[in-house]
Every structure is written in C-alpha cells, then in structure tokens.
Ligand binder design. Sequence first.
Ligand code: ADP
Ligand code: MG
Length: 239
Amino acid sequence: MAEPLLKLENVTAGYGDAVVLHNVSLELPENGSLALLGRNGVGKSTLLLTIMGYTQMRSGRVLWRGQDVSKVPPHKRATMGFGWVAQEREIFPSLTVEENLTVAARPGPWDLAAVFKMFPRLNERRRNMGNQLSGGEQQMLATARALMTNPALLLLDEPCEGLAPVIVDELIAAMKLLLDDKRIAIILVEQHTEIALELTADAIVLERGTVAHAAPAPVLAKDTATLERLVGLRVAATV
Ligand SMILES: Nc1ncnc2c1ncn2[C@@H]1O[C@H](COP(=O)(O)OP(=O)(O)O)[C@@H](O)[C@H]1O
Ligand SMILES: [Mg+2]
C-alpha cells in the first residue's frame, strides 16, 4: 500500500510547559481532504501548527510520505510541500498583491495566472497594497500565496472567519475547485460545520486536545447526535 502523504502517530504537543494535544493520530492520503472540527479552544489551530512544526512535541511522530519529519523545522517543511494559511492571514501590508504572491512562489502548476483564475478579485487588486484589502481579499491572498508555493498539502485555518456572506460564497467556490481538482491534499478547520463536511472526504473532531471522533465526512454530516455533542449544531444555510 502507498504511504499516506501525512501521518500523525500519537502526537502529544503544546507550547512550552502547556500540553495542548494528547495522543493525536491521523492519516491523510495524497490529494485527500480532512475536515478538522471542534469547539473553540480544543486545539485545532495548535494541531495545524504542530503539523507545520511550530509547537513543541513531547512524544509521537509526524510522518511525511513515510519519512519522520518530527524534528524538521517549519521553513524546511514548507520547502518539502507543507502549505499553511494562518488563522491571522499574515499578509505583507507594504507589498502589493502581486508582490505578496511572487515573494512566496516556487515552481509548479500554481503560478500568478492560475491563482488569478481561481481568485479573479485578486487580479483586479493586483496593484493594491496588502493593507488596502478587505478581510475577504486578505483571506484570498493568504490562500493564493500558499498555493504559489505549490504545496502537496494545504492547511486552512478558519478561512471564512469574520467574512461577509458574499465573500464566504466566493471562498467556498474556490475551495471546491481546489478539492475537485484532486491535485492537493487539504486539512480544513472550519466553524461552518456543514460546509466543511460537504467539501471534504473525511473528518475528525477534537475535544480537549484529543481526537474524540473520526468518520467519513458524509457519515458525520448525518450524525447529528455526535455533531451536537462535540461541535454544537450550526445552521450553515444562514451563511
Ligand atoms: N501560543 C500559545 N501559548 C500557550 N497556549 C496557547 C497558545 N496558543 C493557544 N494556546 C492554548 O491552546 C489551547 C488550544 O488553542 P487553539 O489551538 O487555538 O484552539 P482552536 O483553534 O481549536 O480554537 C487553548 O487552551 C489556548 O489557550
Ligand atoms: Mg483556532
């Protein structure tokens, strides 16, 4: 059997003395998609940070195509094909949209033309400075910038958070294109549970830093009892 793209084995990790994640295991195949759900503060962002190598791991292993990368620093993981969009977006305010994109570029199918096709709004704003963008445009730019590194894995941390419904629709359409394309694996942290489960193949739910539930996304989407218990039901139709 082929090695999964990403595998976490009993990962316990956190910040300094504070252990946030306990014995987290998961697997993601090449071009797979995983929704990462759970209430506020359960460790979703910490899990993405741990995959990137930004936290302190106490025990367990992170494997990339079968290779143990637990001790590989974040910048090195980025060159190996890990792509991450921080919850805070972190675009460069004094660079233009186009400069924000090209500064991160690595060779591959995702170039300026490809990301502008996916996010036409960024093309219209290409000469604008990073600090002249709306929240939605910043999210698009942060996502497009990660794509410009041509990653094999894209980690998206609440991309729709705080955005107007019309922008949320645009972002969801872009994520759908990305996932249908099946050339990239995605882990999506999303408060809009129904949307996340519609987009992805698999799902895990965290509770207090551990994996409380794992299921195929379409199965979990119908499991209202589990969703109510671990996530709290949110009505996606209103977004
Ligand atoms: N830099 C940090 N240092 C110490 N604790 C942190 C830090 N960032 C987050 N935490 C703690 O880790 C826990 C999980 O946070 P987080 O991963 O952001 O949760 P989520 O993304 O699910 O809302 C919380 O208790 C939070 O206070
Ligand atoms: Mg978070």
